[in-house]
Structures are given as structure tokens and as C-alpha cells.
Design a protein around this ligand. Structure first.
Ligand SMILES: NC(=O)C1=CN([C@@H]2O[C@H](COP(=O)(O)OP(=O)(O)OC[C@H]3O[C@@H](n4cnc5c(N)ncnc54)[C@H](OP(=O)(O)O)[C@@H]3O)[C@@H](O)[C@H]2O)C=CC1
Ligand SMILES: N[C@@H](CCO)C(=O)O
Length: 429
């Protein structure tokens, strides 16, 4: 057997300690599968005195991750600190320049600076692997770069933020408003330190931008992702959508169109009986469509110690085996800058309107939709919300986002709405 692969791990939080535990628990199995031992030599985190839930006394402690990144007795630098810049980025660059390969779970960093890092790594003959960065334990990066390498990818979509999926499914099952479930998620420790990364759709947008790059051979471009979070999803919409056979999911969709690359992360309605509609709690799902393979559906835990460390370990074993792949599946210098395109693919839409209960109100709504070129598929009026208002639901036939924008702007001018109209795209999944 060749000499062991020596790891330097920076970041000993949820994921870092998970990796330490697997290295310790499965030393023999990992050595057999890799053809060489896997040994931790150096570690770093902020607080040396913290109880780590694993015995780390055998490893050399460094206060500064840069010392791990540049250590002579480290072959592979495992960055599990996080953050889209700062020490995570500096230490990865230092490790590459010191002749080390890198494994990371850092989706924010890859979404923001993936292209520069990939070019640096490849110019130095190094690899960066990041299976854990998208959908935690689900092996989507390897599936796309390796197993689907023979396919033209036509569409990638999925639910890629477990916290948002937990909030949305819990709102429905418990009949609780968004604010109450958000607080519950905070108590359970599901939210990122900055909760807006989760509920604002940013974390999921990072993941979608990474997948787009691999799928379409384009430079990762997070700024071009159209993002809307789940904050405006109300319990009313969840109930009404359910009545009509739908569930609301924070859904990411990326596809190449003749106008350019569409990437959007937004709350959408999906059929309740579809695989995505059935996805409950913190679970993730990624759907990839290829021109030869058809549709692939991957489902599993998108976060947490075990699942995320499992994905990190798969990268470590890949490096130990001597597998060397370009960061985004093809040489970084050959990745095309994609023309960003605003979503224009037509879809059906759900609209919830709170109307004054008076003669002619519905006719005015129908007239605005007609003027916008929107055809109504289904319309349902509910019991009175108050003495003077009534909720009306509309499901449109397929129409364009531009037509919907036109209608949403025009509807308040009818003078029959008692609150702002709500519209959500219905995605075919
Ligand atoms: N948690 C999850 O389920 C998932 C996480 N990820 C990604 O994995 C990475 C790690 O996440 P996670 O383990 O949850 O994060 P944690 O917050 O649990 O851990 C972060 C670790 O980094 C250490 N750290 C922070 N700043 C510094 C610094 N300046 N110098 C040295 N060490 C530092 C912390 O030290 P100390 O412990 O002393 O405070 C801690 O050990 C992130 O990129 C995250 O996005 C990806 C998928 C899922
Ligand atoms: N905050 C993320 C963690 C995993 O990336 C989520 O909820 O999915």
C-alpha cells in the first residue's frame, strides 16, 4: 500500500467533527477502498478549549488555518470553516500554492469565487472537490460530473435548502403561520447564523449556481440567479394551494434557452403528488434531465453532521485514489460566460386575490387578465373572509412572466382589491 494521505482539517464544527469521526471509525475500510491509509495530521478551529465530541488529542493543533494549509506534513487541505471570503478563501489559495489538493463544503465561496479558484487550482495542477457543497449528503456533483458526462443536460432543478423545506412543510402540517415556524426552526438550530441565507433563498441560490456551471459548462454566476425567498409565503397560500392539489416549495430551476441561461430560485407550486411535492421536512431533492438518460431524481439529507461528512469523505477518498477531475467537470479556462436570461419560459400561475364583495368585481379581474393575454384555467371563490371581502383563487393557463407582471401591476387599478395580489409560478416537475 502507498503512503497514507495526510489530511489537514480547518474547521471542527458540525461538518469538521463529522469528518474526524468517520476517519476514526472507518480507518480500515477507508484504507481498503482508497488503496492507502487516510490520516489526520493537523487541525485548526477558533477555540482550542472547546469540547469537540471527538478525541482530537492525537492531531497537531494550529491556531491559524493558514498554518494547516501550508504545513509540510499535509497533502490534502480540508476547508470546513465556511464564509464566501476571508480565511476560507485565503487558506484554500495558500494550500493550492503550497502544492496541496483541497476538499471543501463551502457553497458560498464556490458560488462567489469558484471560477478564480478553479483557474488557480488547475493552473497549479491541483484539484478542488466539493461534493458536500450542494445538497449535503446527496452525491449530485459526482453524478453530474461523472455519471452524466455523456449527456447534454437540459434542465436542473430541485429543493436545495432543507431549512426552507422544513418551514414550508411544517406550516402545512401544523397549520402554523410562517413567523411561528421560523421561530421553531431557530430553536431547533436549523437556521444559518444569518437566517436570510436560508429563508431569503441565497444559500439555495449558491447551490443552484454551482450546479448550473457543471450542467451547462458555464462560469458560475451567482449574481445572475433570480432569487426570491419564502418570507411572503402565507399559511393561506399553503392551504389554498393544497385545496387545488399543489404544494409550495422553494424550487430552483436552471435551464439553457435560446436567449441565455435562466437560473431562478423561488417559491413555486408543484403538484402535491409529484416527487418534489412529496418531499417533507429537511430533505433535499435534485432532479437532473439529460438528453440520453432522461430524468434522474436524487433525494436525501441535505445537511447535518453525518450526511455532510459522508460527502466530504467521498471527496477525500477520490483524492486518495488518485482521481483528478477539473473543478467544474471541464477545464475552467474553457467555461463559457453564460448570457443571463430572465425567466421567460411560460408556465401556469396561481393567483390569490382578496376582492371587495360587490357586483362586477370578478368581471374587472377577468378583464385585466384578458388584457394581459392571460387565459383562466380555473377560478374559485371562497367563503367570505369578512363582511366586505372575499378570497378568489385563479389558476391560469400557461402564460409568460411578463404577462403576469403586467397583470399584477394593473390589478390594483381596478379598485376592487382589498390587499396586494399574490402570484406564484406553477412549475412542471
Ligand atoms: N452544517 C451543515 O449541515 C452543512 C454545512 N456545509 C458547509 O460546511 C462548512 C462548515 O459548516 P459547519 O460545520 O456547519 O459550520 P460550524 O459553524 O459548525 O463550524 C465552523 C468551524 O470553523 C471554525 N472557524 C470559524 N472561523 C475560524 C477561523 N477564523 N479560524 C479557524 N477556524 C475557524 C469554527 O471554530 P470553533 O469551533 O472554535 O468556533 C468551527 O469549528 C460551511 O462552508 C457550510 O456552509 C455544507 C453543507 C451542510
Ligand atoms: N442551511 C442549509 C444547510 C445545508 O447546506 C440548509 O438548510 O439546507
Amino acid at each position: 500500500m502507498s503512503s497514507p494521505l495526510r489530511l489537514g482539517i480547518a474547521g471542527l464544527g458540525t461538518v469538521g467533527i463529522g469528518v474526524v469521526k468517520i476517519v476514526q471509525k472507518h480507518a480500515d475500510l477507508l484504507a481498503k477502498r482508497s488503496g492507502r491509509g487516510i490520516a489526520i495530521t493537523a487541525i485548526s478551529a477558533r477555540d482550542r478549549m472547546k469540547n469537540r465530541d471527538a478525541d482530537i488529542s492525537a492531531y497537531r493543533w494550529e491556531d491559524d488555518p493558514m498554518a494547516v494549509a501550508q504545513a509540510g506534513d499535509v497533502d490534502l487541505y480540508v476547508e470546513l470553516i465556511g464564509g464566501d471570503n476571508g480565511i476560507a478563501r485565503q487558506s484554500i489559495e495558500a494550500a493550492l500554492r503550497s502544492g496541496k489538493d483541497v476538499v471543501t463544503a463551502n457553497k458560498a465561496l464556490l458560488a462567489m469565487h469558484g471560477q478564480e479558484l478553479a483557474e488557480l487550482a488547475e493552473s497549479l495542477g491541483r484539484v478542488i472537490r466539493f461534493e458536500a457543497a450542494v445538497a449535503g449528503g446527496i452525491p449530485v456533483i459526482k453524478t453530474m460530473t461523472e455519471s452524466l458526462a455523456g449527456n447534454g443536460i437540459t434542465r436542473v432543478m430541485g429543493v436545495m435548502n432543507g431549512t426552507c423545506n422544513y418551514i414550508l412543510t411544517r406550516m402545512e402540517s401544523a397549520g402554523l403561520p410562517y413567523e411561528a415556524v421560523f421561530e421553531e426552526a431557530r430553536q431547533l438550530g436549523y437556521l444559518e447564523a444569518d437566517p436570510n441565507l436560508d429563508v431569503g433563498g441565497i444559500d439555495a441560490g449558491h447551490k443552484l449556481a454551482i450546479l448550473s456551471s457543471i450542467a451547462f459548462g458555464t462560469r458560475v454566476n451567482f449574481d445572475a440567479v433570480e432569487i426570491e425567498g419564502i418570507e411572503r409565503v402565507s399559511i393561506d397560500d399553503i392551504r389554498r394551494a393544497a385545496d387545488m392539489g399543489y404544494r409550495i416549495k422553494l424550487l430552483g430551476v436552471a435551464q439553457i434557452t435560446p436567449r441565455g441561461l435562466e437560473q431562478r430560485m423561488s417559491p413555486c407550486l408543484v403538484p402535491a403528488d409529484s416527487p418534489i411535492g412529496q418531499l417533507a421536512g429537511g430533505t433535499n431533492m435534485v432532479v437532473v434531465e439529460g438528453d440520453s438518460v432522461g430524468q434522474i431524481v436524487l433525494r436525501g439529507a441535505g445537511a447535518g453532521e453525518g450526511p455532510t461528512a459522508s460527502a466530504v469523505m467521498s471527496d477525500i477518498v477520490e483524492v486518495a485514489r488518485g482521481v483528478r477531475l477539473p473543478v467544474f467537470g471541464q477545464p475552467a479556462t474553457g467555461l463559457e460566460p453564460a448570457q443571463p436570461a430572465r425567466t421567460a419560459v411560460p408556465a401556469a400561475y396561481y393567483m390569490r386575490l382578496e376582492l371587495q364583495d360587490k357586483p362586477g368585481a370578478l368581471a374587472k379581474i377577468a378583464s385585466v387578465l384578458g388584457d394581459a393575454g392571460i387565459s383562466i384555467d380555473r377560478m374559485r371563490q371562497y367563503g367570505h373572509a369578512s363582511d366586505s371581502s372575499v378570497p378568489v383563487l385563479v389558476v391560469t393557463h400557461k402564460t409568460t412572466p411578463d404577462a403576469i407582471d403586467f397583470a399584477i401591476e394593473a390589478l390594483p387599478r381596478t379598485g376592487v382589491l382589498v390587499s396586494d395580489p399574490v402570484e406564484l409560478r406553477i412549475e412542471e416537475v
